[in-house]
Design a protein around this ligand. Sequence first.
Ligand SMILES: [Zn+2]
Length: 330
Amino acid sequence: MKQSPVTTDIDFEAEGVHHGHLKLPHSDDRSAWGAIMTPLAMIKNGKGPTVVVTGANHGDEYEGPVALLNLANEIQQSEVTGRIIFVPMMNYPAFCAGKRTSPIDDGNMNRAFPGNPDGSTTEKIADYFNRTLLPLSDYVLDIHSGGRTLNFVPFAAAHVLDDKQQQARCEAAMRAFGAPYSVMLLELDADSMYDTAAENQGKVFVSTELGGGGSTSCITNEIARTGVLNFCVHAGALKRDVVVRESVNVDMPDGNCFITSASTGLLELTADIGDTVEKGDLMARIHNIERTGVDPILHHAPISGIVIGRHHPGLIKPGDSLAVVGVLVD
Ligand SMILES: [Zn+2]
């Protein structure tokens, strides 16, 4: 396959703390011979595992960028064994626009894998991760939160994999992250995700959902920060005291976990994220917004469990994810 059009000024074999960019040529009205310059940091100290941590895979999810921009300035070479690579804003054009997807090509980074060196801007960046950064890595952490349209209890996530040994290593890394919730996450659309690309290359992969609504909180920023440090320590790439946090285990056995709206209206949730619900409990009313005197559409809990995610904006449309319910595991 053709060489990636993405280049970097960082030598991945060079010892020390390095701050540079991934550079992708991009010509537009603003800059005729311009480039997309995605910030990148690497801390390398001798031989050891390589950890790759990303934020803003979706541009409106901010816990990852906050944590990684702080830690890139803070972690010393002497604390590291091996190599830690931070890309705080993975979909940089989307991040700069405050959007989930790229304003250049509408590209959703987490639906663009394995990428394409001849494809759209987003596919070119995905291809660089797939063929350059993932092969360098042993442990991969991708920090998501809900963005502008979703909100989640703060959780780290792993997936059910065919390779049960690999799955066990991913689950151990998920627990090491130390989020308040640990979720065996069911993906509705896994084929073109970064997660799947990393898992297909045999990597230990963990993702997160740490909040949402298009901003951060002190609590979710702290969970991201300690989670990144805990993950790097677990990988054997960092010497730090770990922050131990109680974590609730949650499973998602099947598609019944997802409640999807079939109507337009004003959303009134009757269960918040973190609440437990019994199958059949009322979870939401969707009110008609064109007139009074109309009964609202009711949504009930499809299973018994804990509400781990919800639609964030006040208005909802057909096809929007209304809520996500997971099953508590002892
Ligand atoms: Zn995301």
